[in-house]
Design a protein around this ligand. Structure first.
Ligand SMILES: [Zn+2]
Length: 431
């Protein structure tokens, strides 16, 4: 992986900068705001939830600061309120391993493109979109750290990109969640771009900043919300362990988590990449000659083993959403905030934050997409054209005619059955 040959895991959209950036379409965007969510049970409930997570023997990285800041509120009789999980796709907050793309980009497009911008600045537009989240899940697409690192890419490689964010990225990732715990997935093809030691540093920096790390091993990451609810997260990829291609292992890890926890969230970085990778089929996808897994087989294995939600990323484009039994599968959320040498063209610039309300058993009560776009690399904003909703709706109908989610113009995801009801003729206009 760290040899002189181009990395087989390098995305196709990661073509050499001089070629890749020729077709950059700049687009306008704007920022929106969301309502807040509050209903916090007493501290005693939080403690019992944390205790039960410990008793279950699962690893908990719950940041002390988040638990301590949880406000006490009166308990509500009856059912506990659902938990709102918000999830985004790929997040890269610059790379300090190769900054050569930035001056080229700035010159060509007459825009300000500092090599290493403030990570908080890059994530600021995301904050209002996830303000009502009880838990925020993001794919951390790259290592985090500084100093020397083993070279991942050869001197003449044209399809290899080494991504390592400045150390301030870890705190910025924590901060964007506000009071909500943030889960960072490291199961992807760039978290080890600074070598094995760099991966350990990445994990340590995130955990020190208060970000829960998942995808670094096969144990579920247990996250307690400020209301005392717990969710179990498992991350998989096709770039090592935990391996999304080993379906027996996927079933084993997920069912172990499901036996201990009511809400199990699986996230996965798999599938081919780029503008030609929007479609999802039940087959092994190959990319740069490597096996990038069968996203459908993976998602179904995870859901059958007890996952309530499967959140995909890696293709760098939005993909279909599907209901598999009670589980909701989002095959790819696309590029949320990708500051660096990423391709920049339609539909790669379109993404969405998925926010799901999960009941006590983990069942998805409500699901919505909050469309976003990047008008320049890493400069995300709310997409007022709501393109993501139309894209995911179309792709879901195409790829999963029977089970594909229907997505309303407002981004609400529903089951296909509701859509297949006979159309009702409009009432005649009053005269
Ligand atoms: Zn990736």
């Amino acid at each position: 992986m760290y040899g002189t040959a181009p990395s087989p895991s390098a995305p196709p959209h990661h073509r050499p900068v001089r070629f890749r950036l020729l077709a950059l379409p700049l687009a306008l965007s704007a920022l929106d705001a969301c309502t807040t969510h509050a209903q916090r049970p007493p501290a005693a409930t939080r403690d019992s939830a944390a205790d039960s997570a410990r008793r279950a023997g699962a690893r908990s990285t719950a940041p002390a600061a988040a638990a301590a800041s949880a406000p006490a509120a009166p308990a509500r009789p009856g059912a506990r309120p659902p938990v709102r999980l918000c999830a985004g796709g790929d997040v890269t907050l610059a790379t300090n391993l190769d900054t050569s793309w930035a001056p080229f980009f700035a010159r060509k497009y007459h825009v300000r493109a500092p090599a290493l911008p403030n990570p908080n600045e890059l994530l600021a537009p995301l904050r209002p979109l996830v303000r009502d989240a009880d838990v925020l899940l993001l794919n951390v697409e790259g290592a985090i750290g500084r100093g020397r690192a083993p070279s991942k890419c050869g001197p003449h490689s044209t399809a290899c990109f080494a991504l390592r964010m400045p150390t301030a990225a870890a705190r910025a990732l924590r901060r964007v969640g506000g009071r909500a715990p943030v889960v960072g997935n490291l199961a992807n093809n760039h978290a080890r771009d600074a070598g094995p030691a760099g991966f350990d540093t990445t994990r340590a920096l995130l955990e020190r900043a208060g970000v829960h790390v998942t995808g670094a091993d096969t144990l579920a990451t247990i996250v307690a919300t400020t209301s005392g609810d717990t969710l179990a997260f498992l991350g998989f990829s096709t770039s090592g362990e935990p391996d999304a291609r080993d379906l027996e292992a996927v079933r084993r890890h997920v069912s172990r988590a499901a036996a201990q926890h009511a809400r199990v969230i699986v996230t996965a970085h798999l599938g081919a990449e780029g503008v030609r990778a929007q479609r999802t089929r039940d087959t092994v996808e190959r990319f740069h000659g490597t096996d990038r897994g069968n996203p459908v087989a993976f998602a179904h294995a995870a859901a059958d083993a007890g996952a309530d939600v499967v959140i995909g990323h890696g293709p760098h484009v939005l993909r279909a959403a599907e209901w598999h039994g009670d589980a909701l599968v989002l095959y790819s959320l696309g590029n949320l905030v990708t500051y660096g040498p990423f391709a920049f063209a339609e539909p790669i610039v379109r993404s969405a934050v998925a926010c799901l309300l999960l009941d006590e058993s983990g069942r998805v009560e409500e699901a919505e997409l909050r469309p976003t776009r990047q008008r320049r690399p890493g400069r995300m904003a709310v997409d007022r054209t709501r393109r993501a909703a139309a894209l995911v709706d179309s792709l879901s109908r195409l790829d999963f005619p029977e089970t594909g989610a229907r997505v309303s113009e407002r981004g609400k995801l529903t089951r296909p059955a509701a859509d297949s009801l006979p159309a009702i003729a409009p009432a005649p206009s009053p005269r």
